[in-house]
Design a protein around this ligand. Structure first.
Ligand SMILES: Nc1ncnc2c1ncn2[C@@H]1O[C@H](COP(=O)(O)OP(=O)(O)OP(=O)(O)O)[C@@H](O)[C@H]1O
Ligand SMILES: [Mg+2]
Length: 248
């Protein structure tokens, strides 16, 4: 059986903004958003839908949050990650300890820096889990503290590229979550945006009627996607996007 060329997020509003087809299979898409805007929810909804709607297994890499807390928060949306873990449909990697390796490490005869070692170990763990559960989807949440270790832009770009190169052979369609560091519309682009094949931005806007959440597909190479910002809500069923509504 040949795999579909596109992979639907299962969030109807987003898929319809992507020509009704979704994300080209194998892409690395950056999910950029302000704090508390729903990045983690979006990522996990993508994985959950993968399993329950499309029969595709997925990996969740948590670099910042405690898996137990994330699992219990996601139960509020009715998503039982633990059950899917037990059924080997979802694998959760608690990668926060990796960040605390601060000393250089000896790999065979070679001494490598702690940052390089962190990256290699992370990629190795993802690879192992991907083989174990035959994953088609991957979410890494979040890149923010990982890339803060690289204050110089050249190194930062190199580290993100190395991560992407490392996970590329797994052929998983990947969402890389990262914090939006500049929130005005005149914002400076972040290095991650140039490196990813797609970028989806989640933001909060103050309007006369109150706060609105907006989702913008900033780029998706090779897809004639909607370029307008569209409102979205975080509901008891997760994220719901309104693809025909306009934000003024
Ligand atoms: N059960 C729920 N029903 C509706 N909205 C919820 C529910 N649970 C959380 N929310 C909303 O979702 C927001 C958090 O979403 P999420 O954790 O996905 O955001 P995030 O962008 O990952 O945040 P952070 O920047 O802290 O990582 C909360 O601030 C709250 O507004
Ligand atoms: Mg989060």
């Amino acid at each position: 059986m040949s795999l579909r060329l596109y992979i639907r997020t299962g969030i109807d509003g987003i898929d319809s903004m992507l020509e009704g087809q979704g994300i080209p299979r194998g892409y690395v898409v950056l999910i950029l958003g302000s704090p508390g805007c729903g990045k983690t929810t979006l990522g996990i909804q993508f994985l959950y839908n993968g399993v329950v709607k499309f029969g595709e297994n997925g990996i969740l890499v948590l670099l910042e949050e405690d898996p137990e807390i994330v699992k219990s928060n996601m139960l509020r949306f009715g998503w039982d990650l633990e059950e899917l873990e037990n059924e080997k449909k979802i694998a959760i990697i608690d990668a926060s300890p990796i960040r605390f390796i601060t000393k250089n490490v000896k790999l065979g005869e070679e001494i490598i820096g702690s940052k390089e070692f962190q990256l290699i170990s992370l990629i190795e763990r993802i690879k192992k889990e991907s083989e174990r559960i035959n994953a088609k989807r991957l979410v890494i949440d979040s890149l923010s503290t990982f890339i803060l270790q690289y204050p110089r832009e050249v190194e930062r770009r190199e580290a993100i590229l190395n991560l992407i190169r490392g996970i590329a052979p797994l052929n998983c369609t990947t969402l890389l979550v990262s914090e939006l560091r500049y929130s005005s519309t005149e914002r400076k682009y972040q290095i991650e945006e140039y490196v990813a094949q797609g970028v989806i931005v989640l933001q909060r806007l103050l309007r006369v009627g109150g706060i609105v959440h907006i989702l913008t597909i900033e780029k998706m190479r090779g897809v004639n996607h909607d370029i307008q910002p569209r409102p979205f809500k975080i509901t008891q069923n997760g994220i719901v996007v309104f693809p025909s509504e306009v934000v003024f």
